[in-house]
Design a protein around this ligand. Structure first.
Ligand SMILES: Cc1ncc(COP(=O)(O)O)c(C=O)c1O
Length: 369
């Protein structure tokens, strides 16, 4: 058995190799030259999946929606137990945990959190204990939410699970002091890994996309994303602008909070990214932070009819699985905006698939009737 120290060194070595090869291919293309070094590359990162993820046209869906050419970026296809957007964030967060000498990570989320599932998977890969504090956003679905999907996967991967009856804060603090007292130096990852270090994952994705779009010969007017804790939005916008894309609009569809609150949160996370990396985010104007809350539906974790219809449509036309909590709602927003001419000068639109399909299982009744 490899001990933890050796395992860390091994993972870091693999991470470093992966980073070098990524820089020499797609990432460097983004900057238009092969050898340019960005200080962003000096930040610790462990490789948890093969990058770049694919980006391709959805020809069938484009035809049916009758809008601009629509592309999909497959961040749902990654190597951490079904993948999703948190994997990129964890490449930086878990590297920092290892650098700090942590033996355990603590994070939190809903019972069906995709973030928690990827954190548990990533922690296993790098040899850390995963302690996760979960709460229930949909009380009437407790047995479904604890009976399959992400929760089941957390159990299988050996997570230490604590279910909070009301509010997670107190329980998080309790677990933190217990692990600290046990000498495990717990590393705290906030819900959604949406802080400065987590946001770096999508700064990296912004650079990757610039390179891919150049190779593909497209110049997207918009990229659509689902947004919750805002790290994906803040990181992506920062990455695109920092690495030279000044035109693609990031359109974020809220799955939880009002748009105004999320816009403020995106700015806060961009400030944290700046503090973490030295990247200047002040050049990004407030009016570049675009969020809509028109497609949230009843509340976080409650599927919408339009979102579920979008899931069916994408499944039937493209053979791709969206999810009922995040990406289905984001796609329903895109479809509505095209149908009602709400997108100005749209061309080569990209949909960022941030994952989440494991949550289809607890919500099966919405589709099986
Ligand atoms: C599938 C999926 N899409 C989108 C998001 C939103 O990402 P963020 O929390 O960075 O806003 C999440 C967050 O949990 C997610 O699981």
């Amino acid at each position: 058995m490899t001990n933890n120290k050796n395992r860390r060194d091994f993972i870091k070595a693999v991470g470093a190799t992966a980073l070098v090869s990524a820089t020499a291919s797609g990432d460097a293309l983004a900057m238009g030259q092969m050898a340019e070094h960005d200080s962003f590359d000096d930040i610790s990162r462990v490789s948890l999946t093969s990058l770049p993820t694919t980006c391709r046209k959805m020809s069938n869906l484009t035809k049916v929606i009758n809008g601009p050419d629509l592309y999909i970026k497959r961040d749902d296809v990654m190597e951490l137990a079904h993948g999703g957007n948190k994997t990129r964030k964890l490449e930086f967060a878990l590297a920092q945990a290892l650098d700090n000498g942590a033996k355990a990570v603590i994070t939190q989320g809903g019972l069906q959190s995709n973030h928690v599932r990827q954190t548990v998977s990533g922690a296993a890969v790098v040899g850390l204990e995963a302690h996760v504090i979960l709460s229930n956003p949909v009380p009437e679905m407790k047995s479904e939410l604890m009976g399959s999907g992400n929760y089941l996967m957390d159990v299988i991967m050996g997570a230490h699970i604590y279910v909070a009856e009301d509010g997670r804060g107190e329980l998080v603090e309790k677990v933190k002091s217990e692990l600290t007292a046990a000498g495990k130096k717990p590393y705290m990852i906030p819900a959604g890994a949406s802080n400065g270090v987590g946001g770096l994952g999508y700064v990296n994705a912004g650079r990757e996309l610039i390179g891919q779009w150049k190779e593909m010969g497209i110049s997207p007017s918009h990229i659509f994303i689902a947004t919750g804790s805002c790290g994906t939005h803040a990181g992506l916008l920062t990455g695109l602008r920092h690495f030279g894309n000044t035109t693609t609009k990031v359109v974020a569809v809220s799955v939880s909070s009002p748009a105004e609150a999320l816009k403020k949160r995106v700015r806060q996370v961009m400030d944290m990214i700046s503090a973490e990396s030295g990247i200047d985010t002040s050049m990004i104007d407030d009016d570049e932070i675009i969020v809509t809350d028109d497609y949230t539906g009843q509340a976080y974790g409650y599927p919408s009819d339009e979102g579920n219809a979008a899931i069916k449509l994408v499944g039937e036309q493209e053979g791709i699985l969206l999810d009922p909590v995040y990406t289905g709602k984001a796609m329903s927003g895109y479809i509505d905006m095209v149908k009602n001419n709400k997108l100005e000068n749209a061309k080569d639109v990209v949909f960022l698939h941030t994952g989440g399909a494991p949550a289809l299982h607890p919500y099966a009744d919405y589709f099986l009737g």
